[in-house]
Design a binder for this molecule. Structure first.
Ligand code: ATP
Ligand code: SKM
Ligand code: MG
Length: 195
């Protein structure tokens, strides 16, 4: 009987990939964790999970509503619970919220049970992607660009601790980002292998 592997066909090849651990996308708001994560999971034929979306559906509230009603510390506690639970689920792609990797507990869980991939983008690229949307409560300030810059400066050294880094510039499409992440994953046979 032939074994059915996760599909995972790349353009122009019949390559089939085998994912060995959950890949956890980390990085700033607007880095593309959700957009690239969803496309990456589709490419590899593995489950896609998004901690922000899980928190929203469990609470039946949006993230701005949770921040407003229960505060950021409550959100962060939920975020850690959800990340712990999703790391126990079937191997797949887990996109996190922009602040998730800042928690030492979360970093420890992610590093022990999966592999972190930082989607690194310049501040200007990030700003261009987030400035039109009002869905990020931390940016509801008098000067959202200055707030994003302050978060960026504080967070970059922490994201840099991720296991792998993939550059997300302003010119690269989501599908090309998926190519880059797959190539980065293939440098780690404990993460992804071509079969
Ligand atoms: N490489 C890319 N090319 C074009 N658009 C992109 C790219 N990456 C992200 N985007 C767009 O930028 C916006 C923000 O991306 P996304 O929501 O995936 O970011 P995120 O990292 O999940 O942010 P958050 O931490 O707030 O959840 C979306 O509209 C998305 O489609
Ligand atoms: O960067 C952050 O701290 C956040 C990013 C979003 O993904 C959400 O998790 C929330 O808006 C907080
Ligand atoms: Mg997201």
């Amino acid at each position: 009987m032939s074994e059915i592997k996760h599909n995972a066909h790349t353009e122009g090849t019949d390559a089939v990939f085998e994912l060995h651990k959950t890949v956890v996308l980390v990085g700033m708001m607007g880095a593309g964790k959700t957009a690239v994560g969803r496309a990456l999971a589709a490419r590899l034929g593995v489950p896609f999970l998004d901690s922000d979306a899980e928190i929203e559906s469990a609470a039946n509230m949006t993230i701005p509503e949770i921040f407003e009603r229960d505060g950021e510390p409550f959100f962060r506690a939920k975020e850690s619970q959800v990340i712990g639970r999703l790391l126990d689920a079937e191997k797949g792609i887990l996109s996190t919220g922009g602040g998730a990797f800042l928690s030492e507990l979360n970093r420890q869980m992610i590093t022990e049970r999966g592999v972190s991939v930082w989607l690194r983008a310049d501040l200007k690229v990030l700003w261009n992607r987030v400035k039109h949307k009002d869905t990020r409560p931390l940016l509801r300030t008098a000067d959202p660009y200055a707030t994003l810059r302050a978060l960026y400066e504080a967070r970059v050294p922490v994201y840099a601790q991720a296991g792998l880094t993939v550059e997300s510039d302003g010119e690269t499409s989501i599908e090309n980002m998926v190519d880059r992440v797959v190539n980065a994953m293939l440098t780690r046979p404990d993460v992804l292998e071509r079969k």
